[in-house]
Design a protein around this ligand. Structure first.
Ligand code: ADP
Ligand code: MG
Length: 731
């Protein structure tokens, strides 16, 4: 009899909410208390050091060693007062999550064996050597230069976790190549700043800097920890590889925005308390569409900081969940048949003068600026739609995209009826009609003025992977477990590259004698025509869209390893090199890592699926079969032959049914193992990933189909794995 399943179900059922503990009366009292933010800096740094650091943060200037020494001293004092004994460079390698290696502050005062003192110099703050060979590097690192470096990123504040001062850093190889997400992200943000500032200066000479903003919405599932532990697939791969749909799941739509279950509510409160201590402005929390699925979102912020905060929140979610006897599931598709989890990336650009570049303006000038940035985004997304898809694609997210619940595996932009009409009007106007300069040399836009209601009236097309939502774009195809940096690198670089081109196009026209307004207008008009194929307001889930998208020349590839090829397309390499965000060598290396990660994920899933099938499912199935056989045998002992035949007919049918499923499972598992062996012999990472996708992965559904049929047939008392209804409805 299956004892573990019933034991964990009982345990989970009995659980009471664990009360959250508020760190103070009001949030502002403890908000940011664990972060070496400007407020703390002003207490621990001299005015001149503070000014220099702020300039480095705001303007991206480089800090010299002297300043680093001063900052390190102040940081150490603050950290020690907060009880820290260790420090670490905190970085984001190309795996999931973050990496850190803790060092204590202590050093001998004199010779070895003498007394110790706490030390933390500018050198230790600014740069650390670390063994790059333990992190994926795609072959960039030769064995003779195994060293990698982590280098301080002053634009993201240091923070304290338990007893350790964490310093956000980039991670680069000995020869200077990026081995992480942060280094290229900072370069992409710098590129978009420069390119966008140049364009803004057509409209306002006072603009000195353009910021990229990100507001992420994190979806996740919570599963009771005991139930989770009884599901090896969930524990090891983050998703269920088998499990028949629960009779009730999300059909009644009774979970979305419903009242938050008490255990979960306490979890959310604790999570928020903790996030606030780290200055992470969590703003919203609610139930999502699927049972046991939830979402949280902060107020948006500067992209680099927001990326760091998301990565950190994901680790907090995991820690806090354990206190509440939950496991947080960040996988994009943990359960078949119900919604998966995404992480919408709300993205916008804004000037140092406080203007949102995707916010429709109040004056003709600002409206022309708004249209300029909007249309350039369309061109950027159109030109690089395959790359943007590659930037969000993983083995996990592939389950979500293209399924009937999430954006399709085709990138398109949703603008809504009003904006579409505005662009159409522009496209069909001449510059003389559109731009009128009055007697006082003030510019007027003769085009349909963009109604202010736009902000409140953005149609909610949930099926679009990239939607304009009033003052920002919402990149919805991003997966819940992803590092947002991947999408933000691609998007901001594509935008930077496009804005550089725009400036060229406009300047060519003005040099030929056109007025600035006419040059801008004519360029925009041509862009609207050229990027039409990317705009799609219809139903992104429909099959007609797939046919239509092919006709429009959009990228419709669905195989993950092949989708990654977009990173190595000539236009992509040119784009990244022109903006100096990533070199061709780095792009190749990073793709090696992506293919390798894909292979490993499928490999692990294949192993877990094979193991579970052979040592959980088949043994239970044969036990039940033997129980039925026993019954048939006994019936035949008790009743006359003809009657016994009738009475045991149903048992006999089930016995045969089980035999068929067992046979199919066994054959498929064997074939899958063979396919894996063949794939493992391939050296080339791309080819290997393709082999895993084409020859190993197809067995997953086959095996699952038969396992799920058995789950429906076999005595519930005997079934060992917690069922969907238990995983999804016990909270
Ligand atoms: P939704 O209706 O999609 O749930 P919300 O109003 O909850 O939208 O906002 C989602 C996220 O978008 C939040 O993180 C919010 O701060 C962010 N956001 C709002 N305006 C902007 C903007 N201009 N740029 C970037 N992010 C923004
Ligand atoms: Mg949203």
């Amino acid at each position: 009899m299956s004892t573990l399943r019933f034991k964990v179900v009982e345990e989970a059922f009995k659980r009471k909410p664990v009360p959250a503990s508020a760190p103070g009366k009001v949030t502002s009292e403890y908000y940011g208390k664990y972060v070496f933010n400007r407020e703390q800096m002003s207490k621990y740094l001299s005015k001149s050091t503070m000014d220099t650091v702020c300039e480095a943060i705001d303007e991206g200037t480089i800090l010299d060693r002297d300043i680093a020494d001063h900052v390190a001293a102040g940081m150490k004092m603050w950290a020690m007062e907060m009880g820290a004994t260790h420090y670490t460079h905190w970085f984001q390698p190309l795996t999931d999550g973050t990496a850190e290696k803790h060092d204590s502050f202590i050093e001998y005062i004199n010779e070895p064996g003498s007394a110790v003192i706490e030390e933390f110099s500018g050198k230790l703050l600014a740069q650390q050597e670390s063994d790059a060979s333990s992190f994926p590097n795609g072959g960039i690192r030769n064995t003779f230069e195994a060293r990698g470096y982590t280098a301080w990123d002053p634009s993201s504040p240091a923070f304290i976790v338990d007893d350790t001062l964490c310093i956000p850093t980039v991670f680069i190889s000995y020869t200077g190549e990026s081995l992480d997400y942060k280094a290229p992200l900072l370069k992409a943000l710098n590129a978009v700043d420069r390119a966008a500032t140049d364009v803004c200066r057509y409209f306002d000479r006072n603009v000195k800097k353009v910021y990229s903003y990100l507001g992420w919405e994190q979806e996740y599932f919570l599963v009771d920890e005991d139930l989770c532990v009884a599901r090896p697939d969930l524990l090891l791969t983050g998703r269920t590889l088998m499990g028949h749909e629960s009779a009730k799941n999300q059909q009644l739509e009774d979970h979305y925005f419903g009242s938050i279950p008490p255990r979960v509510a306490e979890y959310m409160r604790d999570l928020e308390f903790e996030a606030y201590k780290y200055g992470i402005p969590l703003k919203t929390r609610h139930n999502e569409v699927a049972p046991n699925q939830f979402e949280l979102a902060p107020i948006f912020g500067e992209t680099n900081l927001s990326v760091d905060q998301n990565i950190f929140v994901m680790s907090l979610m995991d820690r806090i969940a354990r206190k509440h006897h939950f496991r947080v599931i960040l996988h994009e598709k943990p359960f078949a048949g119900i919604n998966g989890s995404g992480k919408h990336n709300n993205w916008s650009l804004g000037t140092n003068t406080g203007i949102g570049l995707f916010t429709p303006g109040k004056t003709p000038e600002t409206n022309l600026q708004f249209i300029t940035f909007l249309v350039n985004t369309l061109v950027a997304v159109h030109s690089h739609n395959a790359l943007l898809k590659a930037s969000i694609m993983t083995a996990q997210n592939a389950h979500r995209l293209g399924a009937n619940e999430a954006p399709p595996a085709i990138i398109s932009v949703f603008l809504g009826t009003q904006l579409t009409a505005v662009l159409e009007k522009l496209e069909n106007s001449t510059s003389e009609e559109a731009i009128v300069v009055d007697a006082k040399k003030r510019m007027k836009l003769g085009i349909a003025h963009i109604p202010e209601v736009l902000l409140d009236n953005t149609d909610r097309n949930r099926t679009s992977p990239f939607a304009f939502t009033g003052n920002r774009f919402e990149f919805r195809a991003v997966g819940s477990s992803a590092n947002c940096a991947s999408a933000m690198i691609a998007l901001n670089t594509a935008m930077a590259s496009q804005l550089i081109q725009f400036k060229k196009d406009v300047d060519t026209k003005t040099e030929a004698g056109a007025s600035k307004e006419k040059a801008i207008f004519d360029t925009i008009k041509a862009y609207i025509k050229a990027s039409k194929a990317i705009c799609f307001d219809g139903n992104g889930y429909g099959d007609e869209w797939k046919t239509e998208a092919v006709k429009r020349g959009l990228d419709c590839e669905t195989s993950v390893p092949l989708i990654y090829d977009a990173y190595l397309a000539p236009e992509t390499i040119k784009m990244f090199e022109k903006t100096t965000v990533l070199s061709e060598k780095e792009l190749h290396a990073r793709n090696e890592v992506k293919w390798e990660m894909y292979t490993k994920k499928i490999q692990i899933e294949a192993r877990v699926l094979g193991d579970l099938s052979m040592n959980h499912i088949i043994p239970v199935a044969t036990r039940y079969q033997s129980f039925l056989l026993d019954n048939v045998y006994k019936i035949k002992q008790v009743y006359p032959a003809e009657k016994a035949e009738k009475l045991s007919a149903m048992d006999a049918a089930i016995i045969e049914d089980i035999a068929v499923h067992i046979g199919e499972i066994k054959t498929s598992v064997d074939a899958m193992v063979e396919a894996r062996k063949r794939a493992n012999r391939i050296d080339n990472e791309r080819e290997k990933a393709i082999a895993y996708h084409d020859t190993v992965y197809p067995y997953f559904d086959k095996i699952r189909y038969h396992v799920d049929k058995l789950e429906l047939t076999i005595d519930n008392e005997m079934w060992t794995l917690p069922k969907y209804r238990e995983l999804l409805f016990i909270r």
